[in-house]
Design a protein around this ligand. Sequence first.
Ligand code: NDP
Length: 274
Amino acid sequence: MRAACVIGWPIKHSRSPLIHGHWIKQHRLDAAYRGEEVKPEAFADFIARLADRGYVGANITLPHKEAALELSEPDDRARAIGAANTLWLDGGHLHSTNTDVEGFTANLDASVPGWDSRPDEAVVLGAGGSARAVVYGLIERGFGRVHVVNRSLDRAEALRQRFGAAVQPARWTAVPHLLERTALLVNTTSLGMAGQPPLRIDLGPLQQDTVVADLVYVPLQTPLLTAARTRGLRTADGLGMLLHQAVRGFLLWFGVRPEVTPQLRALVEADLQT
Ligand code: NDP
């Protein structure tokens, strides 16, 4: 039996066992996927003995993504982003990548086809861990200017240092003006998430063909997405990204490319409501 896991601290909230468990059952594989709660001080030892524990690979979640990068052989993408969320063993080597980038872009491809047909400008709200993957993905898809709006401007500036001059750091006060010409608006802050302050933003200046994406998926229908839909704009939600980012790990560990289906979405959506 091949087995993989998701490693985090805490791990209870992770939907990865539900997603991978669904695919294992759907493809009738002799495989397992478990959640592993590992404290930061025990992480290095845990992944050094991944094979002894019976695992062929793992997903990595908070707070271990940077440590995972350090302790593995990262691909260009993980190295550029500075964090790894997927590990796999191959010939005794522990490899890593970051699948949040393709999770973000594949979700947009599926939910809003043609979203990158006007890749001049994008506005990204937030400059944390998830913003790094989003900005990388946007530059990869040809966006010429990515305005990164953040409360702490130095974090937005760090993204410019990391990814180059396409990144334009900006303050929240600049948002109304930036919205007038952007093709895409993405929320990567935790604003709007259950238990966090709301994201207060007037979508009035957006053009009618602007796409709005939110990475927050609890709640699934965020006030930002509701406001965008009410205005008739096309949207992509955070659950889609979560599901699409899981695809490559499953392929690497179990040799089957799984699909993000409406059935899987419904399963995770129901779980998010419990
Ligand atoms: P980080 O903690 O790394 O970054 C949080 C960001 O939110 C920072 O830019 C921070 O600004 C900003 N922020 C937080 N509170 C406030 C506030 N009160 N006012 C203004 N800005 C604020 O988090 P992540 O990037 O890891 O995650 C962000 C969100 O994305 C979470 O809701 C997470 O669940 C979701 N996510 C979803 C994924 C998916 O697959 N759908 C994948 C990864 C994340 P500052 O720097 O100034 O503190």
